[in-house]
Design a protein around this ligand. Sequence first.
Ligand SMILES: Cc1cc2nc3c(=O)[nH]c(=O)nc-3n(C[C@H](O)[C@H](O)[C@H](O)COP(=O)(O)OP(=O)(O)OC[C@H]3O[C@@H](n4cnc5c(N)ncnc54)[C@H](O)[C@@H]3O)c2cc1C
Length: 495
Amino acid sequence: MSRVIVVGAGVGGLAAAARLAATGHDVTICEQAPRVGGKLGLVERSTEAGLFRFDTGPSLLTMPQVFADLFEATGDPLESSLTLEPVDPVTRYRFADGTRLDTTADLDVLTARMDAAFGPGAGADWRRLSSRAGRIWQAVRGPFLTSTVDGFGDLARRAVRVRDLLTIAPGRTLRWLGEHYLGDARLRTVLERYATYTGSDPRRAPAALAVVPYVEQQFGGWYLRGGLHTLAEALSDRVVALGGTIRTGTDVARIETSAGRISGVRLADRGRLPADIVVANADAVHVYRDLLPQPRLLRRLHRTTPSLSGFVLLLGVRGRTPGLAHHNVLFPASYDDEFDAVFGNPAAPVADPTIYISVPDDPTVRPDGHEAWFVLVNAPRHGRGPGALDWGSKELAGSYAGRLLGLLARRGLQVTDRLLFSHVITPADLARSTRAPGGAIHGSSSNGARSAFLRPANRSPVPGLFLVGGSTHPGGGLPLVALSAQIVADLIGPA
Ligand SMILES: Cc1cc2nc3c(=O)[nH]c(=O)nc-3n(C[C@H](O)[C@H](O)[C@H](O)COP(=O)(O)OP(=O)(O)OC[C@H]3O[C@@H](n4cnc5c(N)ncnc54)[C@H](O)[C@@H]3O)c2cc1C
């Protein structure tokens, strides 16, 4: 049995802790925030009308099997503590010209809707793209998603077949793939949006990201009754039930070594906890810059483009809004302007952004006769330099929030006269609450052909130190983060 300290109670830290506790290790999680979940956050607001509960991060769960496996491997099945519900339509898209598309996991229905929305042939185009994406998925899932990878050479050593490499098209971008397969510009926009799921620019992100819509199609889009934050609560309960300890409000200042290997963590309040193994769920930049400085690995990380961040509005809304689905995406006239602003030098708030609105039809997260809106737009991360913006100013946050409410009205969703309250979360707030540098959602983006191989490996060069979470291999988003926990638990092995 090893004494394991997990730094951070994000999904990666909780999932790794559950797996390690289930295999007999003595596990303690240190989380600096007052509650677990990290970016899978929760804001509650009591009003005269009743209680609003907002997810502040993820609103769509994909690849639910990854979580079913996690719960199965650590005790009772997922259904014993969580209620998984399919979301259909997965997303309601609206384009600047008024066209609408409701996506669904059923490919026949989806392609028929594409023909109806964009004209005959659009569905067949998507089907061809989907088939290519399926082949990419077969090529990457084993050697990449469920195994540790440390650089391109490592992957090559695992004898990835040449045919697989041709399918993945490593030198090509997601934009290239869209132009190659899809005749309609609006359909290409739908494909390109999936680059943002990894915090990236479709003009620079690899074609292989076509697997993101593919897995959504294959395994569906899901919601958890009570909000996605219930996943963090259920994982936290699982860790405790397995004998693990969770210390919230416990800030780790340093990861310590002795004779070249991990010996414990130093807390910000000057306390010390001994450990044989540390699993760092904090962002890799925070780990290698502040907690256990590793200049060479930090330099490598700085060669990547950081992920974009998000600007969030949580709105308590009176009444019900006709025409809104659970997940809604309102596209602007020019998608390129958005990426020019977010990754620009200098970067700027997006003047006319794509607006995502999630409104769960779930009576447990809003009072009767009301709606809890989660509104998200892509934003440059907080900071200085290319692709960053100083979000620290209250005036900027306030005026941008006002601008978004105005844009919603112009796009047919007048909501200000029905607002009970609004709550703003800027990239600076996200950075502060989760310690993600600049509030970059996924650590580094997938911009650039080599980005996937510059992502930090799950096993660090320091004996006894492992990295888990969205800033490490295989990447961000709930299912990949949970897969990184599985990889780390396998690397450490049972007690
Ligand atoms: C606005 C938004 C929307 C998103 N939408 C989706 C979506 O729809 N679907 C999806 O799958 N994913 C989505 N994501 C991404 C998803 O939330 C993340 O990939 C995932 O939650 C990251 O988990 P993680 O394990 O990397 O840890 P994080 O959530 O980053 O947590 C790391 C934890 O470590 C703690 N920590 C850091 N440093 C220290 C320290 N020194 N001492 C102690 N504790 C420390 C932090 O406080 C934090 O709790 C979204 C994210 C955001 C922000």
